[in-house]
Ligand binder design. Structure first.
Ligand SMILES: [Zn+2]
Length: 500
């Protein structure tokens, strides 16, 4: 669950169980797709790109220090000078995604994930990847994709109590939970065709070469991605990686090297002059899940940014999505969800709004949950011929109304009711000691001593990454003997401190 500074306009369409489908077009997999020559106007492209960028920032969030973001932007702006669409205002950001990825939105909003930065080892790689994305913008690839599909729908919101309950209770519970976990990733744009990928590769390499970066570095990133994927044990279908939006093969890495050798490269003018200078800029980057969206401390969920905690039933399974936190028992016979549903200080206003959609039973006003104003109620709804029982609690805290929703079939209401109510009653401001337990992993640099192996460095640094992962992130081999003095990227477990 994300604390975003973006305007909270999600007003009271209360049960916002948001499903986002950002124009997911599997063009590459659909050679029979009807071709159309009509490409959206540039004006539309800019407008839709700006809307999508707002969604990315709201649901995925940005990451990295202002310095790192400024650095990425500086490289991007130098590359843009060589684009045929340099009149567009391009923006470059680090996006809060653990998976290695990079993507361009229509109109020139370009994002590189912190997960991809973490496996890069030179400014040339970063320049080649940003160049590739600028190439997609220059080739108007997403504009072409979108007109080929049913139309560009930046965000599709499926709201309403019926939809929420229908999708959260068995038998569809598993899918609903998967969907919530996937939410940020599903924001990523359509995948491109092989032809578009090749075009973007070449354009990006041209831009990089024209600014004195090594165009062959694109292939180094491809290699790093391939290695990363192998380490992860193949593709996790729940996680959207660079490979989904940018189909790649070892062949593409080879083609990249071949093409690079045909380009003439301008004199080098790097900002980070060598590998050490580059990786030092990544110091402190969050790796793995970021704590700012909230973390599970065993069965307690603590959100350090929004300042709340909730204790879920022990032994349930938990998912922290972009807009909701959900928990469910192994049997999937019930579900609990926590989300922000409105702005305001009076939980009764949300209850009133819900009451216009569904009859509220046992509504209880003027309650206090750990000192916070709350309203509780139950409801019965029928979904697909099945009667569902809902436990609803609305709690006001710091200008937002939170909702704890418990749902199960009516036949199991007696069994789960007290579980739902106990969970809602645990909503609280986290204690100092609870906040102190919140940790996350950060990329740190360790200087190797002569003759040390990577494994020894990782051990000495208490790296959270395995030796193989340290090797992959540093583009080295695991048994490599180090000459000494190398800056080795490792992942360290550290207390969470809010990003500036
Ligand atoms: Zn691409």
């Amino acid at each position: 669950m994300r604390d975003d500074n973006a305007p909270r306009r999600k007003r009271a369409a209360a049960f916002l169980w948001v499903a986002i489908a950002l124009g997911l077009v599997a063009c590459a997999a659909d050679p029979g797709a009807r071709r159309t020559r009509r490409v959206m106007s540039e004006e539309d492209e800019i407008k839709l790109g700006a809307e999508a960028a707002q969604q990315v920032e709201q649901y995925m969030g940005l990451s990295g220090s202002p310095e790192l973001n400024a650095y990425v932007d500086r490289i991007g702006q130098r590359l843009v000078k060589h684009s045929s669409r340099r009149h567009l205002v391009h923006e470059f950001h680090v996006v809060d995604m653990a998976e290695p990825n990079a993507f361009a939105l229509p109109g020139g909003h370009i994002y590189v994930s912190r997960g991809l930065l973490a496996i890069m080892n030179s400014e040339d790689e970063l320049a080649a990847v940003l160049g590739h994305e600028i190439g997609h913008v220059a080739g108007r690839h997403s504009a072409k994709q979108q007109t080929k599909s049913r139309g560009w729908i930046p965000v599709q919101i499926l709201a309403g109590i019926g939809g929420a309950a229908a999708s959260v209770v068995s038998p569809n519970l598993g899918a609903a939970v998967a969907g919530i976990g996937q939410l940020p990733a599903s924001l990523v744009l359509a995948s491109y065709s092989r032809k578009q990928e090749k075009e973007a590769d070449r354009l990006g390499q041209q831009y990089a070469a024209a600014e004195g970066w090594d165009p062959a570095a694109l292939s180094a990133t491809m290699d790093a991605l391939t290695r990363e994927q192998e380490l992860a044990g193949g593709r996790d279908p729940k996680q959207l990686s660079f490979f989904d939006t940018h189909p790649t093969t070892p062949e593409r890495a080879r083609e990249g090297r071949e093409y690079a050798s045909t380009l003439s490269v301008a004199p080098a003018d790097r900002i980070a002059v060598d590998r050490t200078a580059f990786v030092n800029r990544l110091d402190g980057l969050v790796v793995g899940p970021s704590a700012k969206a909230g973390v599970f401390l065993d069965h307690r969920f603590v959100h350090p940014e929004m300042g709340f905690a909730l204790t879920f039933p022990e032994s349930w399974k938990y998912e922290n999505g972009a807009t909701a936190v959900v928990a469910y028992p192994e049997s999937q016979s019930a579900v609990l969800g926590l989300q922000v549903v409105a702005e305001g200080d009076d939980p009764a206003t949300v209850a009133d709004e819900i009451a216009t959609q569904v009859e509220l039973l046992e509504r209880s006003e003027g309650k206090k949950i750990n000192g916070l104003r709350a309203v509780t109620a139950n409801a019965r709804i029928v979904q697909e011929g099945q009667e569902l029982a809902l436990s609803l609690t609305w709690i006001a805290k710091d200008g937002l109304i939170y909702q704890v929703l418990g749902a199960t079939t009516s036949t199991r209401w007696a069994e789960y009711r007290s579980v739902f109510e106990a969970t809602a009653a645990s909503f609280r401001r986290p204690s100092k000691s609870e906040l102190a337990e919140v940790q996350e992993n950060h990329l740190r640099l360790v200087t190797a001593t002569k003759g040390e192996t990577l494994g020894e460095v990782a051990k000495r640094a208490q790296s959270q990454w395995s030796v193989e992962k340290v090797a992959a992130a540093n583009a080295m081999s695991a048994d490599e003997r180090l000459a000494g003095g190398e800056a080795i990227k490792v992942s360290k477990r550290e207390p969470y401190t809010p990003e500036p």
